[in-house]
Write a new protein. Structure first.
Length: 505
């Protein structure tokens, strides 16, 4: 980006009647002084949605559904907005103004929800215009490049957000309102500046399609029934770039320069990435990553004790899915770094009941335990059947060497009854952003969370027993790509909501 020294810029300001203005001074939000030479009136028209998916982050849809949801007023409301004006030729700060008297004037036919400011007096000039809505913070940077690099580490520092009653922070795409000329026109529509805003958060919707799922063997005989009780979202980023960053990458190296046209607009269709503040620290080898700087909330590697997790209970299954909804900042990785140590995922806690196939060793005979109240504290699972001891399992396999410590040799599992009297297993689903539909090859931006996108998942089937416990030492280097026992309908789309209560323009 172009930069001149402050002395030269001060002379430029003086020539246009702008000198003497301090960086922290807001523009006058009234019409007084418009007669002064070099000042004009501006109305800011803020649009909190767009119907043009090409203007949103590229995403993928795995089912045919409506691209809109009614949403809630908090998802599209604009309580206030701060406008930043940077001089286009010099890329240096000029002024900012806090807009507080915004009026929602309606929704147009394409779904754009429109908010307008009062007429504001501003200096004439050619500006790069940036907006932050629903934020109490101001960004104080003299240079435009430093302004665009600003990181918010406090607004959503908990990573997972459930309360958005005060509105969601929104910003415009930084490349969208560049080189805007503000002149002292005399028309009725003088200097009406349209700004499209996008939320800095993504929305996650999670539901189950059934109260329980039968597990069947290769002959379609049921051997257990699984009920998904609750879920927990892991690896949640806790801070974000105020303005969305993008880059075209073939290596895990940051661009030497960041430009508005290349790094603050659309994502390239080839090797295009959305960049979060931690992106270049997510190395291809994640084996030594321990979240030591606490970038992630609910770091997957720390979740070893189910009783210490703040689970979210599923809502009841229904013909129309009843979703649990939460919001979070974006979390993106370089293609080879899309691994369990970095990606955002959902951990599921499930309870299962064996289906008349728990065996007890009676001498040399294996007998079925018919009374469920007699089920043991520990179950040993192998080949669609359950056993109450390693000895019973050894007899079933036809060997004498099965112990509680070598079950992996026989691809067997050990389940211990929990405090609630049931047997539990655990599943993890890593959230995809752009599915390449090839489980043998990792795609660019395949696993990610990107701002202003809606990730809606419904668990529709379970094909096997999950892990007996949350891994005590999860492998951060394990790729996200791979088979899973969960069948999930995942719909990823631009997060566009409709305000059905307002007028249509």
């Amino acid at each position: 980006m172009v930069n001149l020294n402050k002395t030269i810029f001060a002379l430029l300001l003086a020539a246009t009647g702008l000198c003497g203005c301090s960086q922290n001074e807001d523009l006058d939000a009234s019409n007084e002084g418009e007669a002064t030479q070099g000042v004009t009136g501006v109305v800011f028209r803020l649009q909190t949605n767009t119907s043009d998916a090409s203007l949103m982050t590229r995403s993928q849809t795995t089912e045919d559904t409506d691209d809109h949801t009614q949403g809630t007023p908090a998802e599209y409301q604009v309580n206030n907005a701060r406008v930043y004006l940077y001089d286009n030729p010099t890329k240096l700060f000029v002024k900012s103004v806090l807009l507080t008297n915004l009026k929602q004037v309606g929704t147009d036919a394409s779904g754009k929800i429109i908010w307008e400011s009062d007429r504001i007096s501003v200096p004439q000039g050619t500006y790069d215009i940036f907006v932050v809505a629903n934020s109490d913070k101001g960004i104080s940077q003299e240079k435009e490049e430093d302004f665009l690099a600003s990181i918010d580490s406090t607004t959503y520092a908990r990573g997972l957000i459930t309360d958005i009653t005060n509105g969601i922070v929104m910003t415009n795409r930084a490349a969208d309102n560049v080189g805007v000329v503000l002149t002292n026109t005399k028309t009725s529509n003088e200097n009406v500046i349209s700004i499209t805003l996008e939320r800095v958060l993504a929305r996650l919707d999670i539901a189950k399609g059934s109260e329980s799922f039968p597990l069947t063997d290769e002959n379609n005989n049921r051997y257990a029934t699984v009920t998904l009780d609750r879920h927990y979202i892991v690896n949640l980023a806790k801070y974000y770039y105020s303005y969305r960053h993008t880059a075209k990458l073939t290596t895990l190296e940051a661009p030497t320069t960041w430009t508005l046209s290349e790094n603050f607009g659309k994502v390239s269709d080839v090797n295009g990435y959305v960049i979060d503040p931690y992106f270049f620290k997510k190395t291809i080898s994640a084996v030594n990553f321990t979240n030591q700087d606490k970038y992630y909330q609910n770091y997957f590697g720390d979740q070893t004790n189910p009783n210490a997790i703040q689970w979210t209970n599923f809502k009841a299954a229904a013909a129309t899915p009843d979703y649990n909804t939460a919001y979070c900042p974006e979390n993106c990785m370089f293609q080879p770094a899309q691994k369990n140590g970095y990606s955002t995922g959902v951990l599921f806690d499930a309870k299962f009941v064996p289906n008349n196939n728990v065996y007890h060793l009676n001498g040399s005979t294996l007998d079925v335990i018919t009374n469920t109240s007699d089920y043991p504290e520990i179950l040993y699972y192998y080949n669609y059947k359950f056993y109450d001891s390693p000895e019973a399992l050894s007899t079933a396999i036809g060997v004498s060497s099965v112990t509680a410590g070598n079950l992996d040799l026989y691809q067997a599992k050990r389940f211990q009854k929990s405090d609630d009297g049931g047997y539990h297993c655990y599943y993890v689903y890593w959230i995809r952003h752009l599915d390449n539909f090839d489980n043998t090859k990792m795609g660019v931006m395949e696993f990610a969370i990107v701002r202003n996108n809606l990730y809606r998942m419904v668990i529709t089937n379970v094909s096997g027993l999950g892990d007996p416990e949350i891994p005590s030492k999860p492998d951060p280097d394990k790729p996200d790509e791979g088979e899973t026992y969960l069948k999930v309908i995942l719909n990823v789309k631009p997060w566009i909501v409709r305000d059905l209560t307002n007028i249509v323009l």
